[in-house]
Design a protein around this ligand. Sequence first.
Ligand code: ADP
Ligand code: MG
Length: 725
Amino acid sequence: MSANPVRMQAMHQVEAYQPPATAFDPAEEPGKIFGENVFSLSVMQRRLPKSVYKSMVSTIEKSTPLDPDVADAVASAMKDWAMEKGATHYAHVFYPLTGLTAEKHDSFLDPVGDGTAFASFSGKTLIQGEPDASSFPNGGLRNTFEARGYTGWDVMSPAYVLENPAGNTLCIPTIFISMTGEALDHKTPVLRSQQAMAVHAKRVLELFGHEDPENVVAYCGPEQEYFLVDSHFLMARPDLLNAGRTLFGAKPPKGQEFDDHYFGAIPERVLGFMMDTERELFKLGIPAKTRHNEVAPGQFEVAPMFERANEASDHQQLLMTTFKSVAKKHGMECLFHEKPFAGVNGSGKHVNFSVGNSELGSLLVPGDTPHDNAQFLVFCAAVIRGVEQYGGLLRASVASAGNDHRLGANEAPPAIISIFLGEQLADVFDQIAKGGATRSKERGTLTIGVDTLPNLTKDPGDRNRTSPFAFTGNRFEFRAPGSNQTVAGPMVVLNTIMAEALDYCATTLEAAVADGTDFDEAVQTLLTTIISDHGSVIFNGDGYSDEWPIEAEQRGLKNLRTTVDALPELITPKAIELFSTYGVFNEREMHSRYEIGLEQYVLSVSVEANLTLEMGTTIILPAAVRYQTELAANVAALKAAGVEADLSTLQTVSAPLAALRAGLAELAGAIAHEHADDALETATVIRDTVLPAMAKVRAAADELEGLVADDLWSLPTYQEMLYVL
Ligand code: ADP
Ligand code: MG
């Protein structure tokens, strides 16, 4: 019987790995390359006429409408700058609802009649593009015969030059809309919701005595977790290659129980990769700041500095693309799937969220005595109101087939959306609920017991890793988003629920002031009302405990376990009213997002189901059958030789082999089942029939992995993939 060489070949190639030549130059000034490829404000200042520059600054920083007259001047300067950097093409970059990044490239060169070509780039081409939109998901917003879609320049997100060994491209971040002006992308609603939130944040600030405050924006600092595996393993694993996660694989003998990877020394090969990615990110003006090992073996994290939500969202997409391509250069695959390896921690993308402006900083900074920081308390109470009222929408904003593996498993926050405030703030809001807050628990210092070390200050509250939405000192951290998801979805919901809550606060306070109520008293009443109406969302306990879902249900909090449970939240009358009131989505747009969410779910589960069936049938079953035959031959040979044959090994292998066959048959049946016309019904059936059948196939296959002779097993094992870097 011939052994399968695929896995062994992969191992040999992994062993023979040589790192790529590095771009690192120790003589280079640190920080010199930062923003080198970005058409930033400072580049504009150098290259644009003063009046044009001023107009751009006002649009970017104060959100005043773009003056179309300046576009030609900006386009011309942008083209010259990009061509000096070796760009031959420009691309409108947009973010369709597939969650990926799309680009349409055009050459700067226009042929002139005499056989030569002339480089041109007008204001009009900068501002607007028209890619054929028919192949992007639109959820019923457009018929295919109405293929037109438009891209429009997002002036607030800087253009940049993307390098490629074969030539560079000027990239212009854009929105993507249909002919009717409806959003087909993730960026448009971020901008709309940002604008809505800013209007009402300003009203609240004015009530607190800020005269004509600077435009308030939402800030987003995304922490990105990811796995790295050697590319040779990827090529030997059709599941990783096509679905981004392993559909088979027994838990390794050495799991993550030792906790020896988290914050451990970063392996040299990985560190080389990280440094290379940081270089590329710096050139693009992406402020990558923190890097470390994560909990699982082979898992790591990168966290760029927070930025304005629309910019952070563009940068986050660009970061993922950059990580993928740099990993390839280092002979690795960067996996952003939420759960690439069963039984091993999954990957999230924590979205750190605050609102503020450059003048006032984050409006979610409590100071040392939050109980007398009324402005902070109002903004914080607005978050509480928003999350309690629209927790279901937040859950829906992170719903995907991949993230279903994470949420609710004991490693990621539960699917129940609750808020962790920390000891100090929880105490302050407790006092407010009882009528008014008069004191704040103190911060304190840590006693170390070593005289030479300086005292360390202690945070007023500890962290809570089990909460999906936690206050962390000057921001909230939304921990439910999946590693593969855009941050735009959660940011749109956060901005919009903040718009509603701040509108409510401003309207209440304005009315009280107009009635002659003392302002402090009005604030006190407002806070007490919010906390008694919406305080049920605050939970400072252990979100992993068995008691929490029961208590949450008593409190009336939703527990939307799967994507199929969560997506209908997008089309409730309450959600539609919210989004239309604040001009973020109309009803059609909400329905389109709901439909696309379900479509994507069905699509990704179906791909995985087909792969499971194929790999089970063509890789795992044959290996097991061969081994079974070998054992049977052994039994027969022993009998023929007159030796007593032990049947136990043969029987041990035969049981899971029968289960595998049965599972494959069940899965084939579930896949073949005719789809309903209704998207929700289809998704529900898939969740309830296909996923369980896949699980049965996997359970049998994983058992066989521990029984079948190693030389017959061609899939690289978890142990090999996770521990070789
Ligand atoms: P931790 O591991 O403590 O959660 P990290 O350093 O990994 O922290 O990531 C924290 C993230 O939060 C970074 O992206 C950081 O820029 C971001 N952040 C810090 N302050 C704010 C703020 N006021 N608003 C939004 N994001 C913030
Ligand atoms: Mg964090």
